[in-house]
Every structure is written in C-alpha cells, then in structure tokens.
Design a protein around this ligand. Structure first.
Ligand code: APR
Length: 253
C-alpha cells in the first residue's frame, strides 16, 4: 500500500456514508499557495504573528496595520485558484449529501463550486462597520495592483455612521457567528462520515466539531501530512495532502 492509498475499511465507510461533512482548515488551501498559520512562516507571516494581529486588542491598538494585513491577504487569495482538493469536494457533493464547514476565511471552496454551510471564522470578503456592524460594500477593484503588502492602510469609513470598517474575520477572543456554529454543530452531530482536512485542531470551539462527530458515532478521517492534536481522537488518520486525498475519496462509488 502506498501512503496515498486509503485502507479498505475507509473506502467501505466512504461508499456507505449517507451524510458527509468536510471540515476544513488552512491546509486545505495550502496547495493553492495560501500560507497556513502554524507551518513555516513566510512573507508577512514571518514578520507578524497572526495570532497577535487577529485580535480586538490589535485592532484597537493599530487599525491601519490590521486592515493592511487583511486587505493584503484578501488580494493575495484573489490571485490564486482552488486546488484539486477544493474541486473534489464540489464534485463529491454532486453524488452525496455533503456539508462543507470551514475555518477558512478565503473563498476557494465557493470558487470551486461548493456551497459553504458555515464559515466559522468569517470571511475576508465580508468587511463590516466596526461601529454599527452593517456590511460594508467595498469595490473589489481596490485589490488591483495590491501585489506588495503595504504595512499600513487606513480603513474606510462606514457610509452609515462614519466609524471604521473592520475585517470580516472572527478574531481570537470573539464568539463565532451563532448561525454558522449552530449549522456546523448540527452537521457534526448528524453525519456518518466527517473528513477533517488541513487543520491543526488547536483552535476552539472549532476543533470540538470532530470530537462531537466521534461521540455521535461517526467515522472521522483526518487528512493531514502531519500529526495534529486531533490525531489520537479520530477514527483514521491519513498522512496525505488535501489535493491528494480528496479526489480519491470523491471518486469512491
Ligand atoms: N493538505 C492537508 N493539510 C495540510 C497541508 C495540505 N497540503 N499543508 C499543511 N497542512 C496542515 C498542517 O499540517 C496543519 O496541521 O494544515 C494544518 C494547518 O494548521 P493551522 O495553520 O493551525 O490552520 P488551522 O487549523 O486552520 O487554524 C485554525 O486558527 O489562526 C486561526 O482563525 C485562524 O481559522 C484559523 C484557525
């Protein structure tokens, strides 16, 4: 058996699963060229700790720095494409009842053709007013020519109340969006198969979803080239990448 061949029991589970959940993290988008948070740090990640920029305190302290970091990430994701893993998830949903729950703030699942049931950590493309919370309609043209990261950018002002527009991501210390969490928890507790792709499993409450699925009796398969905090809790741990594993799982009939 080569490392990228799944074992026969896993294939049987995939074949018979009626309700599938794909739960993705940053590793899902790594093969599209989007850096993860806790692997080798590159570019801006080498100079700033994402866990320190993604906080309400960082926003209070230096909104121009935080806004520039999110705008640069949003522009960077615009320049990359979904990978074979994202495309396989969208294909798989054509033949199974499949729910996509993601921690990712990118839109690569959607651009591959998936409907995402829950963006647990928000979205790079849903900025909103930091005061009145109304969505901010910003023009995507602003990403043109934003190839180089700027160290500081003044956030736009809300057209309704004049307060600064903030990124649409959920920051450390903030609650997850209620509807997204309810949808994700329900999907986790009512699936037969959960595929946990590309997450280190260290950020809660998101990392609780695979544990809830295991407790509810589902088969939980981890797709990750590395061991994670979830490895010992899941049913199968498969040391492969998202773009290697998902086309194999999606093709099982
Ligand atoms: N395929 C599958 N998994 C991969 C790949 C790949 N090609 N490349 C890397 N990985 C794995 C790494 O081994 C690691 O376990 O992806 C995981 C990425 O972990 P993190 O960077 O911690 O990302 P994630 O788990 O999504 O982080 C959770 O933390 O910073 C916050 O809000 C942010 O949503 C994020 C949350």
């Amino acid at each position: 058996m080569t490392p990228i061949e799944p074992d026969a029991a896993l294939l049987d589970t995939v074949r018979s699963a009626e309700r599938v959940v794909v739960f993705s993290g940053a590793g899902m988008s790594a093969e599209s060229g989007v850096p993860t948070f806790r692997d080798a740090l590159t570019g801006l990640w080498a100079r700033f700790d994402p866990t320190e920029l993604a906080t309400p305190q960082a926003w209070e302290r230096d909104p121009d720095l935080v806004w520039a970091w999110y705008e640069w990430r949003a522009a960077m994701v615009r320049r990359v494409a979904p990978n074979a893993g994202h495309r396989a998830v969208a294909d798989w949903a054509r033949s199974a009842q499949l729910t996509v729950v993601t921690q990712n703030v990118d839109d690569l699942h959607e651009r591959a053709g998936s409907a995402v049931a829950a963006h647990l950590h928000g979205s790079l493309y849903a900025p909103r007013c930091g005061g009145c919370t109304r969505p901010a309609e910003l023009d995507d043209d602003r990403f043109d020519g934003m190839a180089e990261p700027a160290e500081r950018m003044t956030p736009p002002s809300c057209v309704h109340c004049g307060a600064a527009v903030r990124p649409g991501a959920v920051w450390f210390g903030e609650p997850l969006p209620d509807a997204a969490w309810a949808t994700a928890a329900d999907a986790a507790e009512n699936c037969d198969l959960m595929v946990v792709v590309g997450t280190s499993g260290v950020v809660y409450p998101a990392a609780e979803l695979p544990l809830r699925a295991v407790r509810a009796g589902a088969t939980v398969v981890e797709v990750n080239p590395q061991r994670t905090d979830l490895t010992d809790a899941v049913t199968h741990s498969w040391r492969v990448t998202a773009a290697e594993a998902l086309p194999i799982l999606a093709a099982v009939r």
